[in-house]
Design a protein around this ligand. Structure first.
Ligand code: ADP
Length: 473
């Protein structure tokens, strides 16, 4: 834990495990509600000085953190693979993506523009300035244990806010490494504080009720997000919520089925399916279903699961036993309701994989709305294919979910692409593209997938208040 510039290691601790091997890889301070409150007080005390720094000074710290993160890319990636499980190449990519947010917001810090507005009164002028929201509490997940931190810390610090962050209990070591980078970059004491804890509830309670916290930014599951947003409501704290998804991936019959299947195989199994923008329902127009499935089956069948430190493995472990159970329950439910199992379908235990949480890359076809997998977020290596016949039907099916985060469209017909893009109720849409994310692009969901946007120009707005001055002259 880092509170007011001081690392606290001599308190009660909890263990961190490698999900690929079950091995303990570290012990981390187990923070309490009192620690969280002290961290908020430290952030509150550090706020006036940080807010009144020039944007150029804040930008310089973020820029140094960006450089340091790139210098430490390999080290951080190895730690991430050991702590979270994703293949090393994916960890390297994530560290780069994480660093991009630091650079982007180092730049945006200098572009927090105000405005002057003409008045109807000749003796009046309106002056509008943007000002830091204040102390920000942040709660982050384990699936992207570095980039989800910088996507919040970057804009919050750029805007002049001070922060208390609680990382997920499975990946606190990555969070510690990120905070060490900020310390090395010269961030003043108390400006960013880290509270690690094995039980998130008491920390969350302090974040939502401490009067000094003016904003809560959360990435995680929809139920927890709703709970925290409700807990913030009595004090009308600002909230940003990046929550679950249930992405439709629509492949029209004018698309190249082989190209589309390759795209699905890449994006679906990224991070072993543990991503909120992972395709959860793959809608394929019936005329091209066979060649699509043939390519996907070959690809999925050829995926090798194992420790992410071995470059031969493209599928890492799931984060824990509960994740394995959820995935298996969805697969068994789908098969018992008539889905066709084309690859995988069970936990992997051979060759030492029983020590970790491995599930075979799985392909299901003939998935229907009655199945759990059609509605519940999967968060695992399971591709679920739903055949369809007609454009209007598929748009209605795609929108038939409470989630609204990411969606994907494959078609060669520009008009159809635009029609579908405009009708889908999702915040992020890839059109013949499986990676519609970047520090420069707004990330966020509609409906129960969240509130607010991260990254892009919008990302810093989430940490700013608008202040109006009306002047009589
Ligand atoms: P997941 O299912 O992906 O683990 P969660 O929403 O449970 O998603 O976790 C995301 C983050 O939310 C983690 O940092 C976790 O510790 C935190 N969290 C979970 N429950 C609470 C809670 N009641 N209060 C505050 N934080 C919580």
């Amino acid at each position: 834990m880092l509170i007011n510039g001081e690392w606290l290691n001599d308190t009660r601790a909890f263990p961190v495990f490698n999900p690929a091997t079950g091995e303990e890889i570290g012990q981390v301070a187990d923070g309490t509600a009192q620690d969280a409150a002290r961290a908020v007080d430290a952030a509150s005390a550090a706020l006036p000085a940080w807010m009144n720094e020039t944007a150029y000074a804040r930008s310089a710290v973020l820029d140094r953190a960006y450089q340091l993160m790139l210098e430490q890319q390999r080290e951080l990636a190895e730690l991430m693979t050991r702590e979270q499980g994703k293949p090393l190449k994916a960890s390297m990519n994530e560290v780069k993506y994480a660093a991009d947010f630091l650079l982007w917001f180092a730049e945006e810090a200098k572009r927090v523009y105000g405005e002057t507005i003409p008045s109807a009164r000749s003796d009046q002028r309106f002056l509008v300035q943007k000002q830091a929201v204040g102390v920000v509490a942040a709660v982050t997940p384990w699936n992207y244990p570095v980039s989800m931190l910088t996507r919040k810390l970057g804009p919050a610090l750029a805007a002049g806010c001070t922060v208390v962050l609680k990382p997920a209990e499975s990946t606190p070591l990555c969070a510690i490494a990120v905070f060490k980078i900020f310390e090395e970059a010269g961030l003043p004491s108390g400006v960013a504080n880290l509270v690690t804890a094995s039980d998130p509830k008491p920390i969350g309670e302090v974040f939502c009720t401490h009067p000094a916290v003016r904003k809560l930014t959360f990435t995680g599951s929809t139920p927890v997000g709703k709970h925290l947003a409700q807990a913030c409501a009595p004090q009308l704290k600002r909230v940003s919520m990046e929550l679950g998804g249930h992405a439709p991936f629509i492949v029209y019959d004018d698309a190249d089925p082989v190209h589309a299947a390759k795209g699905v195989s890449l994006v679906k199994f990224l991070n072993t399916g543990q991503a909120c923008i992972s395709p959860n329902r793959i809608f394929v127009q019936r005329r091209i279903l066979d060649p699509f499935l043939e390519t996907l089956q070959t690809r999925v069948g050829g995926m090798q699961a194992g420790d992410g430190m071995d470059p031969a493995n493209s599928i890492g472990p799931l984060i824990n036993e509960a994740a394995i159970d959820k995935v298996d329950r969805q697969v068994q439910d789908a098969v018992s309701h008539g889905a066709t199992l084309l690859a995988g379908g069970s936990r992997l235990t051979e060759g030492g994989l029983d020590r970790g949480c491995f599930y075979d890359a799985t392909l299901l076809s003939d998935v229907t709305p009655e199945m759990l997998i059609y509605r519940e977020e999967t968060f695992g290596p399971v591709a679920a294919v739903v055949p369809f016949d007609d454009e209007d039907d598929v748009i209605a099916m795609a929108n038939d979910t409470d989630y609204g985060l990411a969606a994907y469209i494959y078609t060669q017909n520009l008009a159809r692409a635009l029609r579908t893009f405009e009708q889908l109720q999702f915040g992020i849409i890839g059109i013949n593209d499986i990676n519609p994310t970047s520090a420069a692009a707004p990330f966020g969901g509609m409906k129960e997938s969240g509130l607010g946007r991260e990254g892009a120009r919008e990302g810093i707005e989430e940490y700013l208040e608008t202040k109006l001055g009306g002047l009589s002259i």
